[in-house]
Design a protein around this ligand. Structure first.
Ligand code: URA
Length: 210
């Protein structure tokens, strides 16, 4: 096993073994999964019923749609890394509280530090709020943004598009941009802004890619 997979296994073990305020109310903690050498990481909100049952991220209807979207751009789920900001299903599937998300932040920090993805895809408003708290998903979806050394792309959450079919077209269109964005990331100039301020990439870089 290579060093990256070994470290990922340690993170996974720590997630499975942790005790947080939500842990006693759910079946199991759900770690991320996929390729730790992936240039791209997808970050969702947190486990729902199916994920809580199986202990794997995105295995319910939203996961099925995510898998389909990956196939549509010629990728396989195993090629990428898929994780969540929250690791334990809140009671009744309610939204996680900010302090509950904060209890899991260290796991996500360790995953991102290990993988060092070129592109972080934020699935929905909860993941967006964590990384780019001043942005709104309805305004910034499909536009790559740099914050410090990271490049983020927020898109609608697959579950939101299943719930509201009006969002499905935007989700599909935004998803299709991912390979092109990824291929152009190395050409982008270094971020001028400091690590705390999110910056839309310059219009010349945005059009037509961002
Ligand atoms: N929704 C998420 O945000 N994460 C999952 O793992 C499943 C559904």
């Amino acid at each position: 096993m290579d060093e990256r997979r070994k470290i990922l296994q340690e993170i996974i073990q720590d997630i499975k073994a942790h005790t947080c305020s939500l842990r006693s109310g759910c079946k199991q903690a759900v770690p991320g999964e996929g390729n730790p050498a992936s240039p791209i990481v997808f970050i969702g909100e947190g486990p729902g019923r199916w994920e809580d049952e199986q202990g794997r991220p995105f295995v319910g209807p939203a996961g099925k749609l995510l898998n389909e979207l990956l196939v549509e751009i010629g990728w396989k789920r195993e090629d990428v890394y898929i994780t969540n900001i929250n690791r334990c299903r809140p009671p009744g599937n309610r939204d996680p509280l900010p302090e509950e998300v904060a209890e899991h932040s260290e796991f996500l920090r360790r995953e991102l530090e290990l993988i060092k993805p070129k592109l972080i895809v934020l699935l929905g408003r909860h993941a967006l709020n964590k990384f780019l708290p001043n942005e709104q998903i309805s305004k910034c979806h499909g536009r790559a943004k740099r914050k410090g050394r990271e490049v983020y792309l927020a898109i609608y959450h697959p579950a939101a598009a299943l719930h509201n079919p009006n969002l499905m077209g935007a989700l599909r269109e935004d998803f299709k941009k991912i390979p092109l964005i990824l291929s152009k990331i190395d050409e982008l100039p270094p971020a001028a802004a400091g690590p705390t301020s999110a910056e839309v990439m310059p219009p010349a870089q945005q059009d037509p890619l961002f």
